[in-house]
Design a protein around this ligand. Structure first.
Ligand SMILES: *Cc1c(COP(=O)(O)O)cnc(C)c1O
Length: 373
């Protein structure tokens, strides 16, 4: 602590200086987050002090959270789905597996060994954290050549100690949607909790012209993670965990003696209402039509980027289902100041988020064309 406080001027001069050290979004091609929509920023500021961890004090804000859950439930073909706003995909995934574990332990399933989950090799690293915290073994299923999970090999990995099956709708690295319908059938056959990680794709796939089934329209899907703070253009942090059966969330209830509610099932304690208002603001401001326009723009830019790179002799690694483009490309020749990313398999990865406008794609193509000439 400073002994004597700074003047507001001194403080914000310092902060402005620090803010300028951050990268300019004009050059960020590597992130699944984006510049928040202006209505999200406005809503966020309006609900800045609200705490969803003590909802009895903020019933209005708490009802916004329920409206948000309802919006996603409808979008995902289950208007009566339950859920709550998380801090993002990581918390949603941890909580989904916590639920799966709790349900397996209460419904009479005995376990002779360590409980395990079956996930695609492409699963987000949050599942490693979840397995560590929950004491679960992680069985990673190899991908097919098209970078989607191999459903047959997933079925082979399931045993009596398996508590959940996970599929990804919009993988972080390659933007692929796993064969969710096949996995849902396998989950039903084995009476398994099936969690769909749609942290990224959940705000993309429903708005595509020809969406692949990935949600509660498939009877085997138990829960879905979706992140408004990615393609939902809300302020950070905002994720959402949805469950087909709203009642199962109560499996995680613990007593909360000194709060306005007596029990709760979330992972956090104090939880921000501001990004939840921000997330709902974007959904209701844009509506399905507006979101379709945003997603169509991002997909068009992804296609333009892939076509432009291939013209330069830099081939795609995959043909993605969502707006993530990957390439087989020489790492040493990346033009500055562009910020790109690299996958585990050493492919160049670019996420065509809403802030990555068409002119940014053209500028990048021009620059990389020069280093690859
Ligand atoms: C981004 C992402 C996550 C993690 O979400 P956070 O909001 O960063 O915690 C999980 N799964 C997938 C598929 C993601 O793309």
């Amino acid at each position: 602590m400073l002994n004597k406080g700074l003047s507001e001027d001194e403080l914000f001069t310092f902060f402005s200086h620090k803010k300028r050290e951050d990268l300019d979004h004009d050059y960020i091609l590597s992130s699944m987050c984006t510049i928040p929509h202006s209505v999200a920023v406005r809503a966020h500021c309006m609900f800045m002090e609200t705490n969803l961890g003590d909802p009895g004090l903020f019933p209005g804000t708490a009802s916004l959270e329920q409206i948000l859950v309802g919006r996603f439930g409808s979008l995902f073909h289950c208007p009566e789905a339950g859920g709550y706003a998380t801090s993002g995909g990581t918390e949603s995934n941890i909580q989904a597996l916590r639920l799966a574990k709790a349900i397996r332990c209460t419904d009479g399933h005995g376990h002779n060994g360590q409980p395990n989950i079956v996930v695609p090799e492409s699963a987000h690293f949050s599942f490693k954290k979840a397995c560590d915290i929950l004491g679960l073994g992680m069985r990673r299923v190899p991908l097919r050549k098209d970078f989607r999970m191999d459903a047959d090999r997933a079925a082979e990995q399931i045993d009596n100690n398996t508590i959940a099956l996970v599929g990804v709708a919009g993988t972080t690295e390659y933007g692929m949607v796993d064969p969710i319908a096949d996995l849902a059938t396998i989950a039903l056959e084995h009476d398994l909790f099936f969690h769909v990680d749609a942290a990224f794709g959940g705000m993309v796939i429903p708005f595509l012209d020809d969406p692949v089934p990935f949600d509660f329209a498939l009877p085997g899907v138990t829960s879905i993670a979706v992140d408004p703070h990615k393609m939902g253009m809300s302020t950070i942090p905002c994720g959402c965990l949805l469950t087909r059966d709203p009642g199962i969330l109560n499996t995680l209830n613990i007593d909360t003696p000194y709060l306005t509610v007596k029990q709760e099932y979330t992972l956090g304690g104090t939880r921000p209402g501001a990004p939840v208002a921000g997330a709902l603001a974007v959904l209701d401001y844009l509506g399905v039509e507006g979101m379709k326009a945003v997603v169509a723009g991002c997909m068009k830019n992804t296609e333009r980027l892939i076509a432009g790179m291939e013209t330069l002799g830099i081939p795609r690694a995959a043909t993605p289902d969502v707006n993530v483009a990957t390439f087989t490309c020489d790492r040493g020749r990346m033009p500055g100041p562009w910020k790109v990313s690299w996958t585990c398999r050493k492919h160049l990865r670019i996420v065509c988020m809403p802030h990555v406008h068409r002119d940014r794609i053209e500028a990048f193509l021009k620059d990389i064309g020069e280093t690859h000439a």
